[in-house]
Ligand binder design. Sequence first.
Ligand SMILES: [Zn+2]
Length: 82
Amino acid sequence: MAGKPARPKRKPARTAVAAKCRFCRENATDIDYKDLNVLHKMVSSQGKQFARKRTGNCAKHQRMSRRAIKRARHIGLLAFAG
Ligand SMILES: [Zn+2]
């Protein structure tokens, strides 16, 4: 039989990851406003903060990150949006 050649099986796009906010996984009680490596992952290149859907933060830690980003902006570590 000259059927279609068997296609290679597709890999799943994403493997299952524990659906938890990164700060919850570390049991973070506070987000350091001087830690730019962390803050840069939560703002765009223009300085806008990403939504929870994008960052994966829970509501509590998104509020904490919002405060940390504002503090970092105030002392000139991050850019103001717009
Ligand atoms: Zn969290």
